[in-house]
Every structure is written in C-alpha cells, then in structure tokens.
Design a protein around this ligand. Sequence first.
Ligand SMILES: [Zn+2]
Ligand SMILES: [Zn+2]
Length: 305
Amino acid sequence: MKNRIEDQSGLLIGAHMSVAGGLYRAFERADRVGCTALQIFTKNSNQWNDPLLTSDDIANYRDAENKSNVRIVVSHDSYLINLCGATHELLEKSRRAFISEIERCRLLGISFVVFHPGAHTTQDRRSALKLVSESLNYAHEATTDAKVVALVETTAGQGTNVGSSFAEIAEIISGVKNQDRVGVCIDTCHIFAAGYDIRTSQGYGATMDEFEKLIGFDMLHAIHFNDAKKPLGSHVDRHEHIGQGEIGKEAFGFFINDERLESVPKILETPKGEDGYQMDLENLTLLRSLLKGKRNPSSLNLERN
Ligand SMILES: [Zn+2]
Ligand SMILES: [Zn+2]
C-alpha cells in the first residue's frame, strides 16, 4: 500500500493521531508513520457534547482497524472531564461524559480509555482521590456490559491536579471495586515533571521499583512517550520531541528495552511537524534505534474486545 511504513522492530509504539474527517481516518495516519499502537480521541476533546456513533462510523472504524498495522488502540477522554470535580454540577457532568466515553469505546472495540484523575480545587487531596475511585465505581456500574479498562494517567502535579505520585495513583486504584476495569498509564513527561528522575539507569530502576511496589506492572497498560520542555520537578506539563528535552533519549531506551514493558503500548503525544507526519516519523525512527536486539511480535498476546 502507498504511504505506508511497515514496522520491522516488533515494538508496540505509535502516536496520538487526529480523527479529523472520521474516526477511521486515524488508521491511515498511523500507518503512514509505521505505528503499531495508536491513541485517539473518540470525540472533540475540548467540548462537552457527546456525539452518537452511527453504525457507519463503527463499521468504517472496524474495517480500517482490520486493514491497518495498528495492533492496539487506546482512547483518551475529554480534557474537560474532572472525576473529582468539587461542585455537584461538574462532577455529574464529568461522570456522564465519562460513561459515554466508555460506551463509545465499547462500540468501537477499544479496550482502554486513558483519563486524567482531575483537579481537587477546593477539596483536600485525600477526599479528591476518594472521589475519583467513587466516580470509577459509578461509571463501571453504569456500563456493566463493557470490558473497557479505565487507565489513570500519572500527572505532572500542575495546579491542584491529583495523581502526581505513584502513591496517589495506588490510592485511587485501591478504592475501585472492579479491579479488572482499572489500570494505569504512565506519562514520561509528567512523571519527570512530578520529580521522578528517569534519566539514569539507576534513577529509572528506582522509579520502576517504586511503581512495582505501590501499583504493580500488571496494572500498567499504556505509556505516553513524551520528552519534557521543563526541568525535573517543575510540575509543568510541556511535551518535547524525544531526545530534545530535559529527559533525553537514553531514558526512552530504558523503557524500550525493559522486558517487563514489552506488551505495553508506548505512544507519542509530541507536537506534529508542519506536514503532520515528519516529526512523528523522526521520533519513531529514533525510538526504534534504541532497541537492543530483536523482538518477536508474535510472542505478544494482545486481546481485542
Ligand atoms: Zn493525557
Ligand atoms: Zn502532558
């Protein structure tokens, strides 16, 4: 096929892609740069509206997915959703929107939805973390026929955002009744901005040991691969191209070569170049070059709903 790059590395890597023109169009964009993993918004991420998917939307999406080299898709929920919203109105609105997101994922056969735990604003952190767990329980109970797993994304701790430490993420997870439907997405830029120094193999090792101890690798289902514009512990969330930021490319090599993370999709959320593809191509090429030895993609056991 024209405009298609075949991944030879066996890695599960890719990028967040636009769904402009239809959800199914994300797959041609992903194939164009050789993605084996893909993240999308199933709707406009900056609006509250919840468009209904038509049977054509779903059929086109499933068809494009089957023809694509993408082996795993994750959804990212709307930025407006705050599952620990301090007002009744915001919380209700957020929960409703999150439930429709899960519903869209179910219809599209997307197994994972990444979400930001939210901002506590006027409440104390503890109550906010509890509220996130309760919101997840609420959403799970409202969508019992869906298997979609909600992935709490680690945050940079900007403003009053919760979830900037593995301990806080663990606390959210511990309050969730259905443990099969909750997991974690690590964002490299966010954990670095939150103070986890992953730049050396020692720092990486200590960070992942803490993750394993407090949360466990069986909970880790996605990694956002972003370098950081701001220094360690800045609590500022600004993504940079791989190897061009404060984290540096070595750290990404630690993730790429960590066998415990082999089946975890690693997804870029870095700025697109002018033509929309060049920078993704460069970042993905750099990431593949960091892999030592070969991977056997058929050894990965990926489930699709
Ligand atoms: Zn995110
Ligand atoms: Zn970010």
